[in-house]
Design a protein around this ligand. Sequence first.
Ligand code: GDP
Ligand code: MG
Length: 556
Amino acid sequence: FPVENIRNFSIVAHVDHGKSTLADRLLELTGTIDKTKNNKQVLDKLQVERERGITVKAQTASLFHNCEGKQYLLNLIDTPGHVDFSYEVSRSLSACQGVLLVVDANEGIQAQTVANFFLAFEAQLSVIPVINKIDLKNADPERVENQIEKVFDIPSDECIKISAKLGTNVESVLQAVIERIPPPKVHRKNPLRALVFDSTFDQYRGVIANVALFDGVVSKGDKIVSAHTQKTYEVNEVGVLNPNEQPTHKLYAGQVGYLIAGMKNVTEAQIGDTLYLHKQPVEPLPGFKSAKPMVFAGMYPVDQSEYNNLKSAIEKLTLNDSSVTVHRDSSLALGAGWRLGFLGLLHMEVFNQRLELEYNASVILTTPTVPYKAVLSSSKLIKARRAVQKNMIFIDQNRVMLKYLFPLNEIVVDFYDSLKSLSSGYASFDYEDAGYQTAELVKMDILLNGNNVEELVTVVHKDKAHSIGKAICERLKDSLPRQLFEIAIQAAIGSKIIARETVKAYRKNVLAKCYGGDITRKMKLLKRQAEGKKKLRKIGNVEVPKDAFIKVLKTQ
Ligand code: GDP
Ligand code: MG
């Protein structure tokens, strides 16, 4: 394929503006998939994506297209829209020369539209604005054109108006890709230089690396070297994604495809790595800034006997998703486990769900926290979240963009939900890291009859200590069985008690209920009680079942 006839582009947009649906139509129009009524987000291949109806992983597809007698190779990457997955987007852009920026004709420019535009702009890519869903009754494409001109400085006549759902005007999108996006600047005569921009793990074939070739050629049987590990591999298979893997003899510079080379170990296939031919070393490509986790949570097997299985599942899944950080951790209540770092709460939920769906693992996930740096020494909604306003831009008469500086822990858990409900669904939200700030944080202890429960120590903001402490005490009260004596549950900062609940004394007679019942049922109940005891932990004189910790620590 001559390089002049190759186009590499990503589809980017705010969540639900129709990226994956547009990808379906482009796949159909180029004959890559058969045209049926049932093509719905075919590039959303993961089970978790189909269940949630969102894209979480960027997907590549190679399309062949005839235009004015010339055959073109179009490499399309569909990307996720949610802020938690913008790392996927920025990686995908490194393999592209242009983007389709899709904007919903009814909703107009939203937070991730702006964020994605700037990712593309900074990477110096051609941006083709596509106004989608013009079939909707409330669609107002002219208003959206004006927004695009005002906010991104793109002339409104460059906007292409389509309905991805109905297929209206989608040919113009293909036409624009060919005319407005430049071919990749590559050198096929130079030695191989390939960027690993994504990788997945297959149970049987090992690591499948998605590569973009900047220079040279790679063939089956070649010996290649990883610039990162300096290890040498033999290439077992190369091919294109069509959209499923289709082996080819070679991949040439300018192409985007996949490569399998017997990498078995999770640390071998680093995303951002450069591959080159054995004995023909090259200057490595710039790679990627590593993703910075924002939200941390503990992950533990429900049963310690599952530890090794869960360990291997986490290792394989982190290969699929290198933005998750993993550190070994242990908890008195929950045993051996890990402390995982995620890019956001949705990312954490998706990772957890993928462990269940793809690896059949069931885990306990503790309430997420954000990173703090501790220094040892002696308006609405927005105000309550300790935010500082930075600036305000009117996008048009009905829409305003506000910038605030927020403490991260105020936004990770429920800010998005509160914002949506307060604004009746109209507001959208995006964030990026602004570095550490000083804050008045305190260490809060939870006491049972005066004894500290190490498992439940937390760091909270001074102003929120009371309400959080109260909530933990209440949750603990609900999950602690009554015992022969009264139990005082207290939240304390230093020696100061800030919240208290009491569990009244009571002896639970498990046999009372089956007076006169048959003996096997009694035996079963006694056995169950004995098993329950094994999982108790004694804090002072108070027996705490493992369950109670889980209920307090777990995500709600
Ligand atoms: P993504 O999150 O950007 O990938 O969006 P999807 O492609 O998953 O689409 C989100 C929703 O919008 C789905 O329910 C689609 O059926 C719907 N949708 C996509 N394009 C159109 C369109 O042109 N018109 C209408 N009415 N709905 C659309
Ligand atoms: Mg999608």
